[in-house]
Design a protein around this ligand. Structure first.
Ligand SMILES: *Cc1c(COP(=O)(O)O)cnc(C)c1O
Length: 338
């Protein structure tokens, strides 16, 4: 079975497992785990920010970021399809008692102009606009990449209006692989950045929240209260360090395979349209006479797993455990359904 449901399905490589097994560990709640400390230092240096905190998931790093960047009753500006709104179980309402202001970006990407227009006036009837959260790449937008020039403009609007700025960078390394910017360029513009090692980088578990020393000290308290303080977490951190050292370069291969798949699929009779493929996500709009549920079932019978993505859409994601031979098979499977 070829599994393109998500880039989270990858399993550790033998060498990653070796790195995990041989990791020096300690109790990370006492801040005594050398492998966690190494990874946190590596991440904060990479982004040229002061500090970083290792967490079990990207949902947790995002939720902690919302919590420390807001107060109850505040409002968070994000796209209507943002992961923090759509896929985190209503967490911002539960954990931070804030409401979202949902905007409709271009494939999930907001502009400085849209954000400026969405800031509430100072009026006790209105929640206080406090945080802007961007997602790069944008999952629901088909892995769309932000234009960094727009991010600079957005950061300027945030500074001017005293808004905090958070990056949900679960797939930020996919964006970076296709752009000129460095992680440090992002570090200068954002109050907090979340990155995931369990997506394109192929680690089994792990996300990082990166920010100022103050922000990360606050984040430690929130992580503890959420039950996210882990003990000998160094075994996991070692996998993430291994991923940073060995898998960053492989992201481009995922993108190339996504491009090849997209070109082979786009003109098939049952395809109505594809979202532009910029990274490792392919979103296919099926012709109205094809039900996604039936179509996914047909794919599965031929040996391919994909997922439905709402409204006649299905999603495929390329990843580290997907190679050129499998890519040829996937093309063959799609052609056989004409
Ligand atoms: C996967 C993902 C996350 C985090 O998900 P977890 O499964 O909680 O690690 C956050 N944001 C985006 C855009 C994602 O794709």
């Amino acid at each position: 079975m070829i599994d393109l449901r998500s880039d989270t399905i990858t399993k550790p490589t033998p060498n990653m497992l070796k790195a995990m097994f041989s990791a020096p560990v300690g109790d990370d709640v006492f801040e005594n785990d050398p492998s966690v400390n190494l990874l946190q230092d590596k991440a904060s240096e990479l982004f040229n920010m002061q500090a970083a905190l290792f967490c079990p998931s990207g949902t947790m790093t995002n939720q902690i970021a919302i919590r420390i960047n807001t107060s109850p009753q505040d409002e968070v500006i994000c796209d209507q399809n943002a992961h923090i709104y759509l896929y985190e179980g209503g967490g911002m309402m539960l954990n931070s008692m804030v409401s979202p202001k949902l905007l409709t970006g271009d494939k999930g990407r907001l502009t400085a102009e849209m954000i400026t227009a969405a800031i509430n006036p100072d009026d006790i009837h209105r929640p206080k606009t406090r945080l802007v959260a961007l997602e790069n790449t944008m999952n629901k937008g088909g892995g769309a990449i932000y234009d960094f020039k727009e991010i600079i403009k957005i950061a300027t609007v945030c500074k001017k209006n005293e808004l905090k700025l958070h990056m949900d960078g679960a797939r930020l390394f996919n964006a970076l692989a296709e752009s000129q910017e460095t992680p440090a360029d992002y570090g200068t513009l954002f109050d907090t950045i979340s990155i995931c090692f369990s997506k394109g980088l192929g680690a089994p578990v792990g996300s990082m929240l990166i920010g100022t020393k103050d922000a990360i000290n606050q984040a430690k308290r929130v992580r503890k209260a959420m039950g996210g303080g882990m003990r000998q977490a160094g075994y996991l951190a070692a996998a993430c360090t291994y991923a940073l050292d060995h898998h960053l370069d492989k992201i481009k291969d995922d993108h190339r395979r996504a491009q090849t798949l997209a070109s082979a699929i786009e003109n098939l009779s049952f395809v109505s349209a594809l979202y532009p493929v910029q990274t490792n996500i392919i979103i296919i709009a099926l012709k109205p006479d094809r039900s996604p549920k039936t179509f996914l079932h047909q794919l599965e019978k031929k040996g391919l797993l994909a997922i439905g993505f709402g409204k006649g859409l299905i999603r495929l994601v390329t990843h580290l455990d997907f190679n050129d031979d499998q890519m040829e098979k996937v093309i063959h499977i799609f052609r056989s359904l004409e």
